[in-house]
Design a protein around this ligand. Structure first.
Ligand code: ADP
Ligand code: GLC
Length: 480
């Protein structure tokens, strides 16, 4: 079984969120299941630097307006990667957006080129994939481009990590990216008069997966589908949710080099040193009896941080401490900075991205707050549980699938600051009961979120797809 795994992010070289973590961890887990998996990745400088045994597969003098070549090489993990090296497209500070936070004006070309090259790779190499597994809208055009080629083609899988990001571009773009008319219509790549890269993937992929079973249902049911729910319902039989795992080597409190003191569930008292060090880092006087709530996240409305800003003052007035590491929407960043000014010595805010600090927070905080309006899976709550920080989350998507209220964390229902506030007060009351809190920590640390089970599920899905003749007929009839 040969699988080309295409992703636009991969930790630790290119990462803006959980997609990078998943792309780094799932393919090695698939390899362990016996899948012959290779990567397809964008040629960002950080990746090119680590690529070993590099060779050029093919060069294009002009490719979607840029000079490009496909390289083959080995990543430090030992897995083989094909890389689309197009410096004009991918050597930029900012993967998706510029310094002002605006989409790069040529994003339609940057991502179309990536998809076209992934779909065409088989023409240049002897290693022919049975499946091309793409991720998010960045890879949405791969299944469409496969249909422009002559048979037989690999089957395609598209994983949705976040349906709110759809890659929508003006209609005239279809000509620039070579999208033929037979693929550009309501049942295909067209979405309310625009070219929808994710929509193309959802229309033409043989299988659609998403990163938790609950999110798989939610996106077919109204608002959470971000306008695609009706369309997805027509494709329901091809959709499934497979919960992400986490990399338990990188996220391991017993061996984590970024934290003050290593510990495990049997010696949780050692964890205290991490809390003390963390509070010091944020200039908060150490108060062991006060619960420390924390956030590590991209800051936006989808993650519900406006609700948290409303809910926090009441909690802080009760004496809790709060720290945040994150960046994103300016209004939210400013809101949290203002909160720190209002509560000196009680609130610490770090605007930015800092991988090592994120580990320190998981090891030192008492509770990690994720008030998401929508959360396809969420990795941060799983890291939290592994580190004995109790997650406080809204009952949605992967949060609903991983956190059990009162057992390993705290769950609230409605998208509402009042509800969130009540859950935080509940956590505060629980924190006073040291024995109960400790039991919950231990139970949280006992949860298993390894990649093995998920990788097995993906492998089964690939196997279902490899006898794919009937699928081809079905697909052709859909196009007719
Ligand atoms: P999403 O992918 O929606 O951002 P996830 O919970 O799946 O949410 O994954 C977020 C990933 O990004 C985690 O690895 C988390 O630790 C990391 N992360 C988010 N914000 C920051 C930050 N400011 N600094 C360091 N790591 C961060
Ligand atoms: C997305 C989602 C997040 C998920 C991650 C990895 O960024 O927002 O919930 O955990 O992808 O699948």
């Amino acid at each position: 079984m040969r699988v080309l795994f295409a992703a636009f992010e991969i930790y630790p070289y290119v990462k803006t969120g959980g997609l990078g973590d998943v792309a780094a961890a799932l393919p090695p887990a698939l390899k362990e299941q016996g899948v012959d998996v290779r990567f397809f990745l964008p040629g960002v400088p950080e990746l090119l630097e680590v690529l070993g045994d590099r060779e050029t597969v093919v060069e294009f003098p002009v490719y979607f307006g840029a000079k490009a070549r496909i390289l083959k090489g080995t990543l430090p993990t030992g897995l083989i990667a094909y890389i689309l090296d197009a410096p004009d497209f991918y050597h930029r500070k900012g993967l998706y957006v510029d310094a002002q936070g605006l989409d790069w004006p040529d994003n339609h070309l940057r991502f179309a080129a990536f998809c076209r090259a992934a779909a065409d790779l088989q023409d240049f190499v002897s290693w022919k994939p049975d499946i091309i597994h793409g991720n998010d809208w960045h890879c949405g055009l791969i299944p469409a481009y496969l249909l422009t080629k002559s048979a037989p083609q690999p089957a395609s899988v598209l994983t949705i990590h976040n349906i709110a990001y759809q890659g929508l571009f003006p209609t005239h773009v279809q000509h620039q990216i070579g999208l033929p008319a037979f693929l550009y219509h309501m049942e295909g790549a067209e979405f309310y008069g625009k070219v929808g890269y994710l929509k193309a993937g959802l229309a033409f992929a043989d299988r659609i997966t998403t990163v938790s079973p609950t999110y798989a249902r939610e996106i077919q049911q109204g608002e959470q589908g971000c306008g695609l729910d009706g369309f997805l319902r027509t494709r329901s039989a091809r959709i499934c949710g497979i919960l992400n795992g986490i990399d338990t080597d990188i996220w391991n409190p017993e061996s984590d080099q970024d934290i003050e003191r290593n510990y495990d569930a049997q010696n949780l008292e050692k964890r205290e040193a991490n809390k003390t060090a963390l509070l010091k880092l944020f200039n908060i006087p150490s108060q062991k009896d006060k619960p420390l709530f924390a956030v590590v996240s991209r800051l936006n409305l989808q993650k519900g941080f406006d609700l948290l800003l409303d809910a926090l003052p009441a909690l802080l007035d009760q004496g809790a401490n709060f720290i945040l590491l994150g960046s994103g929407d300016r209004d939210l960043e400013e809101g949290f900075i203002a909160l720190a000014d209002d509560y000196p010595g009680q609130v610490g805010i770090k605007i930015g991205y800092d991988e090592a600090l994120s580990h320190k927070i998981q090891a030192g905080a008492d509770a990690i707050v994720m008030p998401s309006r929508s959360e396809p899976c969420g990795l941060v709550q799983m890291y939290a549980m592994r580190y004995g920080a109790l997650p406080l989350v809204r009952n949605t998507g992967g949060l609903a699938d991983t956190v059990e209220d009162g057992v390993i964390g705290f769950v609230f229902e409605e998208e509402d600051a009042e509800e969130l506030s009540k859950a935080m007060m509940r956590a505060m009351a629980t924190y006073k009961n040291k024995k109960l809190w400790r039991e919950m920590q231990k139970e949280a640390m006992r949860q298993s979120f390894t990649w093995n089970d998920s990788a097995r599920r993906y492998k089964e899905l690939y196997e279902e797809l490899t006898g794919k003749e009937e699928e081809d007929e079905d697909r052709l009839s859909r196009l007719a």
